[in-house]
Ligand binder design. Structure first.
Ligand SMILES: [Zn+2]
Length: 463
């Protein structure tokens, strides 16, 4: 726009702009609340409109609540997290915590805009918090360079709303389970004050979703587990000798060919962020695919399978984070009716968006109080139960540990995560349920990384 502008005029214009910006961030009281700072937010909170909540009464208190009291937890400081922190801080939220266990990689810089080249290697949470705190006067972002599993319920209880910008389904499910465990019931009636709303954003490539979960009231993550793509974990025999899908061919190269051929020298690990590595895998996977007449091996898919996740493009993150931040604003202010309850967004080809109400699943393993039935004949082996727990679309557990009470004693039937116990309990896998002493109606307690709570199942013998 300024092309052809006289140098002197341009200099003056930039100086004026710089001066204006300095005024904007320099004046006002200690919290930086200069005149008119929150006008954009006030318009939504201090007057009625056609979209306000039926019970809404315009007041100045909502803004005070956002600024002074409301405490928000943002999970993830990556592509979605950066957008979320910026949006929330500019909407007036000042008490924000952020949890992220990752450090900054150079490949993040194109979309995770709170990070600069000098920050590579530093924790995402720390850098994101520093950036927002220094840029937005009065805002206090508290970083936690940790895993969500490092905190217990006393930590999570302090927040009014939790927003997730995660790329891991397991972490999402764990968070979902944590909020379920915070619910309290009085004579079977849910105590509404124990509900912490969860706003969940998800993005992958040009697709995304945003959802509002009121734990115990609306559909939770596990209620709709079938909506997620099946896990990319294929049996080794399929990968090695009977590929059917393009993913099988890519996995063949990743798991078997790469360590054998060592294309980039001895012991060079396959790096999902290295384009040359991906290119090599892509070509070899194409060769493999043509051998078995399989179509659909693309560079993008290769990248997705190798990295185990397809990074979202920046615009998808921006749209989904905006939708999530808006829901936080609506719920925190009670001024507008929240999304009910699931928004999908897709701009792979044109632009598509749609909202629907995901329904609660009556026997959801996470949010219903009902123990699920496991139906097996007494002659079934424990291995089959284990496979069911990991492969069933509505359970999708990762490394379930199964315990049962036998003759009044708590007995671990199988546990994978501790090597010595795995070794001791492995023989149980080839025993039948009957041989293990399990009876019809037996309760089985299952622990898994997908939830902080133990999930109860009831064994039902079939004939
Ligand atoms: Zn549920």
């Amino acid at each position: 726009m300024a092309d052809g502008e006289e140098p002197e005029k341009k200099r003056r214009r930039i100086e004026e702009l710089a001066e204006k910006m300095a005024v904007d961030s320099g004046h006002g009281d200690s919290t930086g609340d200069w005149d008119g700072r929150w006008n954009h937010v006030r318009k939504f909170l201090e007057r009625s409109g056609p979209f306000t909540h039926p019970d809404f009464e315009p007041s100045t208190e909502s803004l005070q609540f956002l600024l002074e009291t409301c405490k928000i937890l943002v999970i993830g400081a990556g592509g979605l997290g950066c957008e979320l922190l910026k949006n929330l801080a500019l909407s007036g939220f000042r008490n924000i915590h952020v949890v992220d266990m990752d450090t900054i990689d150079v490949s993040n810089l194109n979309r995770q805009f709170l990070f600069r080249a000098k920050d590579v290697g530093r924790p995402k949470a720390d850098v994101a918090a520093d950036f927002v705190n220094s840029r937005i006067p009065g805002c206090s972002v508290v970083p936690h360079f940790k895993k969500i599993q490092d905190f217990d319920e006393t930590f999570y209880k302090q927040f009014h709303i939790i927003v997730c910008g995660l790329d891991s389904i397991v972490a999402r499910r764990w968070m979902n389970g944590m909020l379920m465990s915070l619910l309290s019931f009085d004579d079977g009636v849910l105590d509404p004050s124990s509900i912490i709303p969860l706003i969940d954003g998800g993005t992958e490539g040009f697709k995304g979703n945003a959802r509002v979960i009121l734990p115990g009231m609306t559909a939770c993550i596990d209620c709709t587990l079938e909506l997620y793509p099946p896990q990319i974990n294929f049996p080794m025999c399929t990968i090695a000798s009977m590929p059917r899908l393009p993913e099988h061919c890519i996995e063949y190269v990743r798991i078997l060919l790469w360590p054998k051929e060592e294309p980039f020298g001895d012991g060079t690990a396959l790096d999902g962020d290295n384009p040359e590595h991906i290119q090599w895998v892509f070509h070899k996977a194409q060769e493999r695919a043509s051998e078995f007449s399989i179509t659909g091996v693309t560079y993008r898919l290769t990248q997705g399978v190798v990295k185990r996740i397809i990074p979202a493009v920046a615009s998808t993150n921006a749209v989904i984070a905006a939708a999530c931040a808006m829901e936080v604003f609506k719920i925190a202010s009670s001024a507008y009716i929240p999304l009910n309850n699931y928004l999908v967004f897709n701009d792979v080809d044109g632009l598509y968006t749609y909202t629907f109400e995901a329904e609660r699943k009556e026997n959801c393993p996470a949010c219903s109080q009902i123990a699920q039935d496991l139906r097996f004949p007494p002659s079934a082996k424990l291995q089959e139960v284990l496979e069911y727990l990991t492969e069933n679309a509505s359970l999708q557990m990762k490394s379930p540990a199964i315990t049962a009470t036998l003759e009044g004693k708590n007995k671990t039937l199988y546990l994978q995560t501790v090597a010595s116990i795995e070794q001791r309990t492995r023989p149980n896998l080839s025993k039948t349920l009957k041989e293990l002493g399990l009876v019809d109606g037996q309760e089985l307690a299952v622990a898994d990384v997908t939830t902080p709570q133990t999930v109860l199942f009831k064994l039902r013998f079939t004939t």
